[in-house]
Design a protein around this ligand. Sequence first.
Ligand code: G3I
Length: 454
Amino acid sequence: MAGAGLALSTQFAHAQSTLRAGADAQGIDIAVAVNDNLLQNDSTYRNTIATQFNSVTAENVMKMDAVEPSQGNFNFAPGDRLVQFAQQNDMSVHGHTLVWHNQSPNWIKNLSGSAMRQAMENHITTTMNHWEGDIAGWDVVNEVVDGGQLRNSFWLQAMGPDYIQWAFEAARAADPSADLYMNDYSIEGINSKSDKYYQMAQDLVSQGLLDGMGFQSHLILGQVPGNMEQNLQRFADLGLKVRITELDVRIQMPASQQELQQQAQDYQRVIDICTSIADCSGVTVWGLRDGDSWVPDVFSGYGAPLLYNDNYTTKPAYDAVLEALGGTPPDDDTTPPDDDTTPPDDDDTTPPPTGDGDCTAVIDVVNDWGSGWQGNVMITAGDSAVSGWTLNWTWPSGQSITSSWNADISSSGSSVTASDVGWNADIAAGQTMNAWGFVGSGSSASPQVTCTAG
Ligand code: G3I
């Protein structure tokens, strides 16, 4: 219980600046896939997860090869460790996964059809009974479709297509309180694979066997499908919960500042999709720090797909997720100290914000690498809410903007005008938004900015 007290006081002290506070306010889960080794051995890892997330998934330890390594011998200890951590820190647990063609033990692959059915049902029943009431939802089947048809897995080969329904029947009986999900990758947009799931979902829903659809969302930079919201909505319209279950956004290495900003937009878009759909139960990121991710092992040359750097500093994607959840990026000690390339906070040299109408704005120099620099623009609404904003300023010594994100910019000589791009137009009274950013040339500067609301 000491652990619970510590985590909760941290959470409330920074209620405006954690992912979990934002997600709680939105009524959704913000979850992370947890590595059991780090959970046991790294207190910063544990504290960061307990402070920032309200839900967890086991990255590996609830899969069949971990839970039932030999037939009838169950090892629940690593999964119990995660459930206990979650309960101590007031987090929910999403179960991953009961029936998958990967990370299944060899013993089950050699059974005949009827023996395999019995073993599959026994695995589901015993596992779900063990954690009955502790697990909010289970990925009952994972990746059972390939292209537009059922995957030709050892499960299908031995038992035929009915095995999916049998798995759901066993799961429903084992823990009636758990939501039952199908889960897969490359089904974020509308395509033959998601169409196949849509058909299967209709069938399982009509039998009362399915509660949710999981969209893994292992995305490539800049490639959030344009019809992702429409796709998730059609599953929600069947009466299902939808969930982003394994989000990461991979970048070809090395990642540039611009790419990290694009990644932030991609993350923000996915969170926005979830918060726009009433029955979206949450978003899980597939690992905490870039170095914890499976991506570089599998996609050669790609990496940096997550919200945190390896030293536990946050990335632009973290700020974007926080904002999408309605929070404000921290400017205090909740963020671990940045690395040496970031100049110290220069509050003393930044001129006080000046207002014009209902808003004020400042340019924060967040990075300066000599040949260029990055500015983030923070806009604060006054006593009334802002709906639309235009900023004006004059560069003091020949600076210019080489690229920008999340604002419409026009320049004339040293004068700059920037305005909102629609989705970032609204700022609640008294709130500060990390509204947009840019990469600048020349030496960094924080000129006085005039903000006009409306
Ligand atoms: O447990 C062994 C350990 O004994 C051995 O020393 C070590 C040496 O490589 O391997 C360990 O197993 C690794 C396992 O993770 C547990 O850490 C495997 O090599 C490694 O391949 C495995 O990778 C996992 C992968 O699923 C396996 O399919 C990743 O961590 C995990 O992130 C990934 O997660 C999947 C989801 O479950 C389903 N959707 C796709 C997603 C990404 O592949």
